[in-house]
Design a protein around this ligand. Sequence first.
Ligand code: GLP
Length: 292
Amino acid sequence: MEVFVVPDADAVASCAAREVLEGLARATARRSGARPPASGSPSTAKGQAGAKGAAAVGPAVSGPVVLGLATGSSPLGLYRELERAQGEGRVDLRAAHGVALDEYVGLLAGHPQSYREVLRREVGDRLGIDDARLHVPDGAHDDEASLAAAAADYEETIRGLGGVDVQILGIGVNGHLGFNEPGSALTSRTRVKRLAASTREENARFFDSVDDVPTHCVTQGLGTVLSARRLVLVATGEAKARAVANAVEGPLTASCPASVLQWHADAVAVLDEGAAGLLANRRYYDDSAAGL
Ligand code: GLP
């Protein structure tokens, strides 16, 4: 795993955007049949979001690339950076597909806190990705069979898109990834899960009260997340420090679902000082980022 520690949330957003766009530049080349830029080459690792030298032929990121989207506060700055890159003509994400990690069960279509609506507001509308290309699990069912079918359909949707090129991830205070709570199988696929009581309490800030937070969700499994070609985790603030240390340096265990990042060959964690506060191997990460 590559770990970047940067001073603050703004720097996390810009560093993570660079890592996301580097992955999407490779996807653009791969999906258009061109030779992809080398992974992790010095020019892409430190470069201009993979846009180097591409000005004459159009943006380095364009076409039907597949971007995995996370909800929560952590990726919002990153989404603003992608919007900025598009505004400056460095990338064109209007034909991209957005693929959500998860959705609540039981919220009515159009509920402002449903993840479909959140991602429409925060990503789709801003980047010009229309609803047909914004894919979110369908949690608007009240029986198990329909929810299980919706979960299976979602796996099929992802397969039909040719997989997720870059998956953006946040991390829960308890180490959850998407809505894969501690104890989630490391090879799990999209399915219905119960939310941990602590997760419902954390997410109560988006609802009138904790009682209004759904008890269940449909979430990509950890195995689904691992199928994405690149993973980019963003985390800020001291409240995430324990979860981040467990995910990055702890054992690979279902007790910390985000530790599956260690199993992925192209995972990147972008952290601010607060979130990185409990990392033991900090010096190594800084040396690696500096190219030493
Ligand atoms: C939510 C989402 C996760 C997100 C996490 C952290 O419940 N399902 O995908 O990463 O909680 O949220 P935040 O970034 O607001 O701390």
